[in-house]
Write a protein that binds this ligand. Structure first.
Ligand code: ADP
Ligand code: MG
Length: 367
């Protein structure tokens, strides 16, 4: 949904990345996997080499197309994926000097079914044309494996805090495919809470990065907003009370006629409350599972306060994807697909699942 800095607009191309190859190739020979992400409003493609790591990636954001509606319009999303996907793949392959990958990975869900069908259809069509295996990837597994693209990837096991526009999850990751959901949101996702609060403050869409920028000029102690469920034993989250508290302050300021003077303080106080909640629960989850590594991923993982707070307060190690791979992208799908190659099939079935539990994935047969 939302994008930070470099990944924000149109097509951006990444060149050769020098990363330590940290995955155990599941195929005996070196492989290049083409990753395709079309689950929502980003068309993302990437090439991941089992020898060299990421060898190229490209992203086309639809943010501008949806901004006028204040949210993602599924039909517009699907049509734009149709328009952009093949040219992006062609340009990516040309830039990387690759004629044909050894495998194709695509996001099969969860997401918008029409948008998923575009990526799935393309992946399976290319798989038939190139006679190569095709692997269906879970979008959230892509997010939680995104730090594997970086120079110092985490070892298993770790605690994953997945915070995006559609999800808020605490997951115990014991190894590839072995995931236990420890906590989730009972109402809004973390990114949704940022986006809705930003909207209340009159900021554009998607609001997360805009709210974070506004918060920099504000006093985060100005409003004592609630830290929802932070002191309860559960690892679940709830953001609706926080959103309502912000709404009441915005209304009061509007009635007084001084909202313009209060916006930055409200943004900073909201961000502080949301981050305190996420960090507090993540550390509690890691400690309860005896895990000394935390991975922060998903769009809200780009939030600088969240990154600095968790690093400061957690006694173990913290891992993140680079900023541009926090939000949706093809690179995380390529690396997750490369790690799951043993599950690839012939291009015969397009999988597109609007809802798909991460816990049902299971460990790949060859690992
Ligand atoms: P989804 O996969 O559910 O579409 P993404 O992983 O693409 O979500 O993340 C998008 C979400 O991340 C949006 O809700 C956006 O507002 C939020 N986001 C992006 N950057 C930041 C930031 N710096 N601070 C807070 N939220 C952010
Ligand atoms: Mg996402």
């Amino acid at each position: 949904m939302g994008r930070d800095s470099a990944a924000h607009n149109n097509a951006s191309f990444g060149g050769l990345q020098r990363v330590r190859v940290m995955i155990r190739p599941l195929m005996s020979t070196p492989t290049i996997t083409l990753g395709i992400e079309t689950s929502c409003d980003e068309t993302g493609v990437a090439l991941f080499s089992s020898e060299k790591g990421l060898i190229g990636h490209a992203l086309h954001s639809q943010v501008d197309l949806h901004a006028v509606y204040g949210g993602v319009v599924p039909e517009i999303a699907s049509r734009d994926h149709v328009r952009m996907l093949l040219p992006l793949i062609q340009q990516l392959m040309e830039t990387a000097g690759i004629d044909k990958p050894d495998a194709i990975a695509y996001t099969a869900g969860p997401g918008l079914v029409g948008a998923l069908m575009v990526g799935g259809g393309m992946a399976n069509g290319l798989g038939l044309a190139w006679n190569c295996p095709v692997v269906a990837v879970h979008h959230m597994e892509g997010h939680l494996l995104a730090p594997m693209l970086e120079e110092n990837p985490p070892d298993y096991p770790f605690l994953a805090l997945l915070v995006s526009g559609g999800h808020t999850m605490l997951i115990a990751v014991r190894r590839l495919g072995d995931y236990e959901l420890l906590g989730t949101t009972l109402d809004d996702a973390a990114g949704e809470a940022f986006d809705k609060t930003a909207k209340l403050l009159g900021l554009g869409y998607p609001g997360g990065p805009l709210l974070a920028a506004l918060a920099e000029a504000g006093d985060d102690t100005a409003y004592p907003f609630p830290r929802p469920m932070l002191n309860k034993p559960t690892l679940d989250f709830s953001f609706s009370g926080l959103k309502t508290a912000v709404m009441l302050e915005v209304r009061k300021a509007e009635a007084r006629g001084d909202l313009a003077d209060c916006r930055a303080d409200i943004a900073a106080s909201f961000q502080r409350a949301a981050v305190d909640t996420l960090v507090g629960k993540a550390i509690k989850a890691a400690e309860s599972q005896g895990l000394n590594r935390i991975v922060v991923a998903g769009g809200v993982g780009a939030n600088r306060l969240l990154r600095s707070e968790i690093a400061e307060r957690f006694s173990g190690q913290v891992f993140y994807p680079r900023f541009e791979f926090c939000t949706d992208n093809g690179a995380m799908i390529a690396v997750a697909g490369a790690m799951r190659l043993s599950e690839a099939g012939d291009a015969t079935e397009i999988r597109a699942l609007a809802r798909w539990s991460l816990e049902t994935l299971g460990v790949p047969p060859a690992s």
